[in-house]
Structure formats: structure tokens, C-alpha cells
Design a protein around this ligand. Structure first.
Ligand code: FE2
Ligand code: FE2
Length: 450
């Protein structure tokens, strides 16, 4: 015999905001007890009317009904079972049921449980998932890699473009870090950038990087990273947008190559006229390029350095050969003419656009740190690193090369001149690099190896 009682008294049960029920399964399915809240929830005018129904009648989905009763019979309980009920007016309502089965000594079976109306929560969840779908849809339609990371640089969310780039599904990427996809040195740099953005709150905008993709191809990208904040305004991580610029970079490189080849034709013209200057500029270019390599400059900047070396004396094309190759000492007039080569070259190339300061570097290659150089007597803080390298490379090559008016002076004499001029004429860091490069090459001109 199933007792017609609950462990709560009737008033308390009716005042609860949750639907309560006691329901007989065996010998006969029927409601034994239900509270007022359940009646109101299911739109019944009173308990008597509700009790005429069977629990299974309320399930809008028959599969859900069978699963609910199946679990109840098998496990003896069901927790937080979410389903749709149809109320007295056939309107649907999301409910969550928790119930347990009780067997009585007389082989009767009944269920006690609670039913909660979760319609508003479901509505919120629907809105939230709609918002998420809209956001994901928007992110996925953008042909840039977009990614969100937490404070430990772990990926929280990515768009399709990012996932395609690393060859995984977006969900498989969550929780991973850049170390899972990129070579260690690149991943370390990315993590440093992320941490910098988190710690300072200052975004990184338009950083150009070369990245090695998991499929082994290199690409050139431009990246922007910004901090993201939670509802309380606390930093929650970073968001990054990376655009693949490889095609554009390749076009730019082709344009540059064409330009460089055109300029090399000018160099050839100089060679035909004055073979000494040509071999000098080639060697200076090699020295300057090697120094910039030690400084780990990027590809473009190194190209600019090489080109500056090759073209730095191009302005001599306008100087009479008998002055250029005069065996004796030059008079003031002749020396003045020679000095014009920097301005000549500057004027020749200053209007051509390069991604490096080519014309200015050449213009400055006879400037000296103490302001004693020419043509503008620039002070140290106005002299470009490129021009400092060019100055050192120029002196090193010129002094170790045979000239019409003197024998080659040798590496030791050139290094003595450079060391003596450190701080006044030449940049000490660059002189040091040259000294190391020479040492590594047994004190022989390393620029002749190529
Ligand atoms: Fe020069
Ligand atoms: Fe030179």
C-alpha cells in the first residue's frame, strides 16, 4: 500500500517554487500527490484535474518519455532530466525532472520527484548559443586567422581559417598553445608578445612576421594582438588577427628584384668604366651584408645593406677617371670633386621607393661619429646604423686593396685604423663584429671567400 504522504507538510509543499509529485507506478500508474506549483506550471486549475493525467502524458517527445521511465526502472533514479512537457493547453514548456523510484513492502512501486520550469534558462541558453553562432559565423567568414588565448597563452577559440592553417578542427585546437604548432623560437616570440600585451595592455599592431606552417611552408604574415577583458574589466587574455601576406610579399619581392636588377645595370656601367671601383663596391657589399647577418637583421634590411654596398660609390660615375685613378696626391679641387660622389648617388636614387633607407645610407657613408665627415658633418645620433656599417666596410676594403697611388695596406693596418677611430669615427659594436669575423677567418679577408 502506497502511503498518501510526503516528507514535507502540505502547506510547505504548496509554497515551494518547485513542482513536487509522488506518482504510483505499480500496481497502477497515477498521481498520488502533487503540489500547487506543479498544477500552475502545467496550467491545471486544481490538483484533482492534474491527477486525472498520467506522468507520461506530459512528455512532448515519446523517446524522452521512454528514456525517462527506462532510466528510472533500470537505475532507480533520474537526475536533472531535461525535456519538453505539454501543458493543459497543449503549450510546450521546458522542464527538468529529478526523481527516484521507491519499492514498498507490498511490491508497490512509486516515484517521488521534483519538476522545475527551466523555460527561461533554456531561452537564455538559446539566445547565448545564437549569439555564439553569430560570432563564430562572423569569425569563420573572415579570411584571416583569428584566435583568442587565455592568460597562460592557451587557445580558447579560433576561427576556421586558423584551423585550416594548422590542419585541425577548431575544437581540437582549444587548450593548445603556439608551441604545439610552430617551431620553438617562433612560439617563444609569440608567447613573449602575448605576455607583453597582457602585462602592459598595449596592443601590438601590424607586426610583420615570417612563420613556418606545420605543412612545412613559410608564409609572411601581419599580426595584430589586443588584450581582452572579462565582465569585471580584468584582463582575460588576448585576441589576435593574423593576415597572410605571402602573395603580396612575393609581389613586392618581385618588384624589388626588378628594381635591384635595374640598379645593378648601373653598377655594371660603373664596372665598364672603372673596374677598380666595381670590385671595391662588391667587396664592401659582402662585408656589410656579413655584418648585418651577425646583427640578425631581417631579409629585406640585409638586402638593403648589400645594395647600399654595391651602389655606394655609384656617384663616381660622374667623376673624371684621371682624377679617380690619379697615382699622386689629389689637390683640393680634385678632392672636392671626389667628395661629390655621395650627393651624386643620392640624387640619382632618392626618388625610388625602397623598403629600406638606401639613398640616405649612401648619402651618409662618409659621415663620421664626431661630426668630422662629409657632406653634412652629421652628429652621431643622426647617422643610421646602415651608414655606420657601410663606413666601416668601406674603410676596411679600401685599406686592404691595392690602389693606383699606393700598395694595399693590409688587414692589420685597416683594423688599427678602425680601432683607433672607435667612438670618434666608427661605431665600436660594428668594429668589434668585423674583428670577430676576421678572427674566425684566420685574419684573412673574409669578403674574398665569396
Ligand atoms: Fe664613398
Ligand atoms: Fe667606397
Amino acid at each position: 500500500m502506497v502511503k498518501n504522504t510526503f516528507y514535507l507538510n502540505k502547506t510547505t509543499a504548496d509554497q515551494l517554487g518547485t513542482g513536487l509529485f509522488k506518482y504510483s507506478l505499480v500496481p497502477k500508474e497515477r498521481f498520488i500527490i502533487c503540489n500547487t506549483t506543479l498544477c500552475e506550471m502545467l496550467n491545471y486549475p486544481n490538483k484533482t484535474e492534474l491527477k486525472k493525467k498520467r506522468l507520461g502524458d506530459f512528455f512532448a517527445n515519446l523517446n524522452d518519455r521512454d528514456n525517462f521511465f527506462g532510466s528510472l526502472r533500470k537505475d532507480g533514479q533520474v537526475k536533472f532530466f531535461e525535456t519538453i512537457f505539454k501543458d493543459n493547453e497543449n503549450k510546450t514548456i521546458w522542464v527538468m525532472i529529478s526523481a527516484c523510484k521507491v519499492t514498498t513492502p507490498g511490491n508497490g512501486e512509486y516515484v517521488e520527484g521534483i519538476i522545475e520550469n527551466v523555460d527561461s534558462r533554456k531561452e537564455m541558453e538559446r539566445n547565448l548559443s545564437l549569439e555564439q553562432d553569430l560570432l563564430q559565423g562572423a569569425l569563420d567568414s573572415i579570411p584571416d586567422a583569428i584566435y583568442f588565448k587565455d592568460l597562460e597563452n592557451r587557445i580558447i577559440k579560433v576561427n576556421k581559417f586558423y584551423a585550416k592553417g594548422v590542419g585541425l578542427k577548431p575544437t581540437e585546437i582549444v587548450g593548445k598553445t603556439d608551441y604545439d604548432f610552430f617551431p620553438e623560437d617562433q612560439a617563444r616570440q609569440m608567447a613573449t608578445d602575448d605576455q607583453g600585451v597582457i602585462e602592459t595592455g598595449v596592443p601590438i599592431v601590424g607586426k610583420i612576421e615570417r612563420t613556418l606552417l606545420p605543412d612545412g611552408t613559410w608564409n609572411q604574415v601581419i599580426t595584430t594582438k589586443i588584450p581582452i577583458y572579462d565582465r569585471l574589466g580584468e584582463t582575460a587574455g588576448t585576441m589576435g588577427v593574423t593576415r597572410d601576406m605571402t602573395a603580396y610579399a612575393n609581389m613586392e619581392r618581385e618588384r624589388l628584384t626588378m628594381l635591384v636588377n635595374t640598379l645593378k645595370v648601373l653598377g655594371k656601367a660603373l664596372e665598364m668604366r672603372d673596374p677598380y671601383t666595381f670590385s671595391h663596391t662588391r667587396c664592401v657589399a659582402t662585408i656589410a651584408e656579413k655584418i648585418s647577418g651577425v646583427l640578425q637583421w631581417d631579409e629585406n634590411r640585409m638586402l638593403g645593406m648589400r645594395l647600399a654596398g654595391e651602389l655606394h660609390d655609384l656617384g663616381k660615375i660622374g667623376i673624371p677617371l684621371d682624377i679617380l685613378n690619379k697615382p699622386g696626391k689629389l689637390n683640393n679641387l680634385e678632392y672636392g670633386l671626389i667628395r661629390e660622389h655621395v650627393g651624386n648617388c643620392y640624387n640619382l636614387i632618392k626618388d625610388i621607393k625602397f623598403p629600406f633607407p638606401l639613398a640616405e645610407t649612401i648619402y651618409q657613408h662618409h659621415e663620421r661619429l664626431d661630426g668630422s665627415g662629409y657632406p653634412r658633418k652629421l652628429p652621431a645620433n643622426k647617422i643610421l646604423p646602415e651608414a655606420r656599417i657601410l663606413a666601416v666596410s668601406d674603410v676596411l676594403e679600401a685599406m686592404t686593396h691595392h690602389r693606383p697611388y699606393r700598395e694595399a695596406l693590409g688587414v692589420n693596418a685597416a683594423m688599427a685604423e678602425l680601432n683607433e677611430g672607435v667612438g670618434t669615427k666608427y661605431d665600436g659594436d660594428i668594429v668589434k663584429i668585423v674583428s670577430q669575423l676576421l678572427k674566425a677567418n684566420h685574419n684573412k679577408p673574409f669578403w674574398l671567400d665569396d
